[in-house]
Structures are given as structure tokens and as C-alpha cells.
Write a protein that binds this ligand. Structure first.
Ligand code: 5AD
Ligand code: SF4
Length: 452
């Protein structure tokens, strides 16, 4: 590939989980720091970073097809963009991508993206570079501060506090692509939260593949877990809301349960994946919890915070799952009454134990199960929204709506709330929830932010 002019504009396309959204923002911040501007909507960027997800089906194929479309558009425009593949597909299949796709000049894993600027120099000079090392903590230390150069944050920001997973659920690639569990240091996190708030964040969601396994020592040298970190962050002035995701049922300790009852800034929402409603399937998944232990755990959270909204993840059609076992998943859903949830068809991931298990379930069977499960989850989400009608709560204004004067914000229970009124993005307004749809609610502002 020939020597190129340094890129002036970039676009990061993030797929998959919120951790990728966080990583995508940090890569963008690093590029901005070096004078490369984000491309305007619809504009061809000189540098495109595909920040990929490997968790389910045909991940690599999606990358090749996106690269194909980018090079085709480049031919039309008479200028090829520099293409970097980042994220979990880069980690898992980086070498093949380099071999198969000459248009890709950089492959960078999720723990190595702080090296993107050096790799970019090489790519601009006509070279190609792959970095899928896993130095973990080194990455965070090498990134610019969140408010560098007066950068603004969205009102609802993400903060990665933990990465990697040691749980090895038998269907999951994460322990291989994101590596072993690491916790970022306490003081770095308090510092990053402060910078985010200075940059305009009102709400911070603490992220980790297994966020409840976070641990470190606080500023006084005492051992702290997630609850201790949340307590410390609750003292950050100007930060109004704290959330966290994703947790594993095996790592939820008493302190975290108590925190839900005691810390006002900790929002009444818990995303706690369960995956299936049959103990036999859970065991085959290596989940290290049973249906009963999961339900008892939720009970304790609800005792601490009675208005807690619950969310979960589900997989249908895990190898060997029978109709009767799937019915147990529906039974569990009925018992919990989720406020929202994510559900997926099982997808065999190369290199994971479940991919070679006997009894792979036919696609039509999975389709049918997913439809039934989603019907039940949608029904419960709608019911949860309907039960919220008449409540008064704070709504964090996140963006403008389609019509003049219309806004979209989030309730404490993570529901989308539409309303009209005189406010601005980042305001916390007091609103009454008036009408419920399956995916959102209509609200009415009682007290605008400037009146509080
Ligand atoms: N197939 C289907 N769903 C999966 N998930 C993880 N691995 C797979 C897989 N191989 C789902 C789980 C997890 C969520 C992030 O993605 O439900 O909680
Ligand atoms: Fe994957 Fe299980 Fe770890 Fe979640 S807990 S990231 S599903 S291995």
C-alpha cells in the first residue's frame, strides 16, 4: 500500500456491548488529541475504526462485508480510507483478517488500543500493524484525561472499572477475547469520574464484563469492592446518578445489596443475567448458580430496594435444551417480572466447550423459543411501564426528540421518557409519567431543572 497523507478525519463504528462504546469513545479521544477530527455525519472519513464484537454469530463475516463496502465507497470517491479493525474480532481473528483483507492496515485488540496512534503512523507510511497483546492496565494509563482540551461528555457517561472474565461459561468467548479479570485502581476511577463530571456527565455507568468482581484498596488502604467504590463515587459533587453493569450472580455481596438501600445516587436498577431457567442447563453452562439461588438473591435486592427494576440476559437453545427445560425459562420470567431484558439464540463460538457439545438445537426450534420468550419479556416490560404511570420521578435529559420542543430522557428505572418542555440536554427535570408504551413512556414536566 502506498504512503498516504495523515488522516484529517476519523469515524469509530462500535458494535456490541457498552464496553465497546466506552473503548470507541476513548479511541476517538486519543485521535482527537492528535488533531484528527471526528467526521461529520454521512461524511467519508479518512480513517475508519471498526470496533467489533465477537459474542454472537458471523462476527468476522460482518467485518469483511463492512471493509468491502468501505473500499467500494473509497473507489467511487477516489480515495481509500485507512481501516483499523479493533475490538474482540480483532483479538480473536486478527491474523486471518490481515491475511484475507489487504485493505485493513491495522488490527488492534481491546487491551492494546492505546497503541493505535503509533500503529497509525506506520499505516500512513504504507505499513501494516497488528497488536493483540493484553497488557490490561497499561492501556488506561496511556489514555488522555476525559476532559482533555475542554472535551464535553454526554450526560450519561460510561466508565470501565473492570475488564475480562474468569467465569468461563461454556458458551462464551469473553474470557478468551477480553482475557483474565483485572480491576482498575480505585484512585484512577475516582479521578476519571471527576473528570467526566467536569466534562458535563450527570450519570455514570460503571462497566465491566463482571463488574461485581471489581476490587482494590481505597485511599486509606482498606480493601474495597464494588459497593465501596460506589460509596466513594457518590461523594463526587455534581454526579447525580450511578449505575453498573454487568454482574454475575455469584459475585453479588452483602455490601452491594445494602448499597442499593442506602445510597441515593445508586439508581434502582439491576441487570443480572440468568441465561436459563433450568438447573441442568445452568450447570452445563457452568453458571455456578441455580434458579433458586438466583431468585433468592433477587429477593434480597428487592428487600433492600423495593422499587428495584430488574433486567436480565437469556440464551435459548443451549445444546441439549429440551422443550420442558425451555418452559422452565418461561416460568422463571413469570416469577421475576423483568422491567427489560435481552434474549438471544445460542450461537456456537469457535473454541468454547459448548460449541462441540452434543444436542445442538435446530435453528427453527430456537426461532420459535426466542419468539415465545420475547413475547413474555415484552409483555412484562409493558406491564412494568404501565405500573409506573402516575409516578413522579427525575428524568435525565439525554437528547432532543423528533419534534420541536420534544425531549428524551431516562427515568431512574432506565425507562425512556418522552416529554415536551423548556429544558436542555443534561438537565435533571422532575416529571410525572403519564402514559406507557411497550418501549417508552410519555411524561409531563412538573419542575424544570432551572427552577430547582
Ligand atoms: N450465544 C448466544 N448468546 C450469548 N451470549 C454470550 N455468549 C453467547 C453465545 N455464544 C449472551 C449472554 C450474555 C450476553 C452478553 O450475550 O446472554 O449475558
Ligand atoms: Fe461470558 Fe459468563 Fe463471563 Fe459473562 S460471566 S462474560 S457470560 S463467561
Amino acid at each position: 500500500m502506498s504512503t498516504e497523507a495523515p488522516p484529517k478525519t476519523y469515524r469509530v463504528e462500535s458494535f456490541g456491548c457498552q464496553m465497546n462504546v466506552y473503548d470507541g469513545e476513548r479511541m476517538g479521544e486519543m485521535l482527537s488529541e492528535r488533531g484528527i477530527a471526528p467526521a461529520a455525519d454521512g461524511e467519508d472519513a479518512d480513517l475508519v475504526v471498526l470496533n467489533t464484537c465477537h459474542i454472537r454469530e458471523k462476527a468476522a463475516e460482518k467485518v469483511y462485508s463492512r471493509v468491502g463496502r468501505l473500499t467500494k465507497a473509497g473507489r467511487k470517491a477516489g480515495k481509500q480510507p485507512l481501516i483499523a479493525v479493533a475490538g474482540c474480532v480483532a483479538q480473536a481473528e486478527g491474523e486471518e483478517i490481515m491475511a484475507r483483507s489487504p485493505a485493513v492496515s491495522m488490527v488492534v485488540g481491546p487491551q492494546a488500543y492505546h497503541r493505535l496512534p503509533e500503529m497509525l503512523e506506520l499505516a500512513v507510511a504504507g505499513g501494516r500493524a497488528t497488536d493483540t497483546d493484553m497488557p490490561a492496565i497499561a492501556k488506561f494509563a496511556a489514555l488522555p484525561p476525559r476532559n482533555a482540551g475542554g472535551r464535553k461528555s454526554a450526560p450519561a457517561a460510561f466508565l470501565t472499572i473492570q475488564e475480562g472474565c474468569d467465569k468461563f461459561c461454556t458458551y462464551c468467548v469473553v474470557p478468551y477475547t477480553r482475557g483474565a479479570e483485572i480491576s482498575r485502581p480505585f484512585s484512577d476511577l475516582v479521578n476519571e469520574a471527576q473528570k467526566l463530571v467536569e466534562a458535563g456527565a450527570k450519570e455514570i455507568t460503571l462497566l465491566g464484563q463482571n463488574v461485581s468482581a471489581w476490587s482494590d484498596e481505597d485511599d486509606k488502604g482498606r480493601a474495597v469492592g464494588l459497593a465501596g467504590l460506589i460509596r466513594a463515587l457518590a461523594k463526587v459533587d455534581g454526579l447525580a446518578r450511578i449505575r453498573y453493569t454487568t454482574s454475575h450472580p455469584a459475585d453479588m455481596d452483602d455490601a452491594l445489596i445494602a448499597a442499593h438501600g442506602e445510597i441515593e445516587k445508586l439508581m434502582p436498577f439491576l441487570h443480572l443475567p440468568v441465561q436459563a431457567g433450568s438447573d441442568r442447563v445452568l450447570k452445563a453452562m457452568n453458571r455456578s448458580h441455580t434458579v433458586d439461588s438466583y431468585l433468592r438473591l433477587l429477593e434480597r435486592f428487592r428487600e433492600a430496594r423495593p422499587d428495584l427494576a430488574l433486567s436480565g440476559d437469556f440464551i435459548v437453545g443451549f445444546p441439549g435444551e429440551t422443550d420442558a427445560e425451555f418452559d422452565e425459562t418461561l416460568k422463571l420470567v413469570d416469577a421475576v417480572g423483568y422491567a427489560q431484558a435481552f434474549s438471544f439464540k445460542y450461537s456456537p463460538r469457535p473454541g468454547t466447550p459448548a460449541a462441540t457439545m452434543e444436542g445442538q438445537v435446530a435453528m427453527e426450534v430456537m426461532d420459535e423459543r426466542l419468539q415465545r420468550l420475547q413475547a413474555a419479556l415484552n409483555r412484562d416490560q409493558h406491564a412494568f411501564n404501565q405500573a409506573s404511570v402516575g409516578q413522579t420521578c427525575q428524568v435525565l435529559v439525554e437528547r432532543k426528540g423528533k419534534h420541536e420542543g420534544q425531549w428524551l430522557g431516562k427515568s431512574p428505572w432506565l425507562q425512556s421518557v418522552w416529554f415536551e418542555g423548556d429544558c436542555a440536554i443534561g438537565d435533571l427535570v422532575q416529571a410525572e409519567l403519564m402514559e406507557a408504551g411497550p418501549n417508552s413512556l410519555a411524561g409531563r414536566v412538573l419542575i424544570p431543572a432551572h427552577a430547582t
